[in-house]
Write a protein of this length. Structure first.
Length: 261
């Protein structure tokens, strides 16, 4: 086996060493299991070939990459995985998962502690993560690790009765989007509706679009072209929303220790 698994047999956290590391595919499958059931099929972890995307993202030498995959593993495989993304001077925990029969053994805490050390080495000022408001166990773990709520987000279905905006829809980056979507099963498309520009995240037959008439215009124009039949909207707020939604998340934040960290 490759370096990642051999180094992790002691239960320590190790980095995936590159696209050929045997932890990559197993970690991708494990991360897909961490998504709330209400969001099944809507996120990149559920794309048809997310493991290939993960491998490609790990191909640049460590000083050049912005995706950092950290794992705990033993001879049975990957026990836990954390998918970190470097965003300037912030380190975002894009996803974290612990194998079902390995939960309660402290692997999640190890990965969070490792993230703090990793952020310090990278010169970051803060760490971020998103967590379902219904996942009370994870929220307790994150609070215990020093995270606190910063903002909130709700996911709702695009109202099928909404009339499209009376503005042309233009695609900004069709070539790069289609190449990415065909390779990995998901992609981000930039579109203009009138004078406004929006991002559209497409995963399989689902798409995240802006709300209201702009989203309806994208649905009407691109739905038949992309073969998409599920449309949803994400909305950020400073306080938890009480309106009906199929998923609710908190963006949590923590700073880093001072000098000498």
């Amino acid at each position: 086996m490759g370096t990642g698994l051999n180094a992790a047999t002691t239960g320590t956290v190790v980095a995936a060493t590159g696209p050929g590391d045997p932890v990559v595919t197993a970690a991708a499958h494990l991360l897909a299991e961490s998504v709330p059931s209400s969001c099944a099929g809507l996120v990149a972890y559920h794309a048809s070939d997310y493991a290939a995307f993960l491998a490609a993202s790990l191909a640049p030498p460590p000083p050049l990459g912005t995706l950092l995959l950290r794992c705990v593993a033993d001879e049975t495989g990957v026990q836990a995985a954390a998918d970190w993304r470097l965003l300037g001077r912030r380190l975002l925990l894009n996803g974290i998962a612990v194998r079902a029969h390995d939960r309660g053994r402290g692997h999640g805490s190890r990965l969070l502690e490792d993230g703090v050390r990793l952020a310090g080495r990278l010169g970051c000022d803060e760490l971020l993560l998103d967590v379902s408001l219904e996942n009370t166990i994870a929220r307790h773990l994150y609070r215990r690790a020093g995270y606190q709520d910063q903002s909130y987000q709700v996911w709702t279905q695009l109202d099928p009765a909404t009339s499209p905006a009376d503005s042309p829809v233009r695609v900004v980056d069709w070539a790069s989007f289609t190449a990415h979507h065909r390779a990995y099963g998901f992609g981000d498309l930039r579109v203009r509706v009138g004078a406004d520009e929006f991002g559209v995240r497409c995963v399989g037959r689902a798409a995240r679009v802006p709300g209201g008439q702009a989203g309806a215009a994208v649905r009407a124009t691109l739905g038949p072209l992309l073969g998409i039949d599920q449309w949803y909207v994400t909305t950020a707020s400073a306080e938890p929303e009480t309106e009906p939604a199929f998923a609710r998340f908190a963006r949590m934040w923590r700073g880093l220790p001072g000098p000498g960290r």
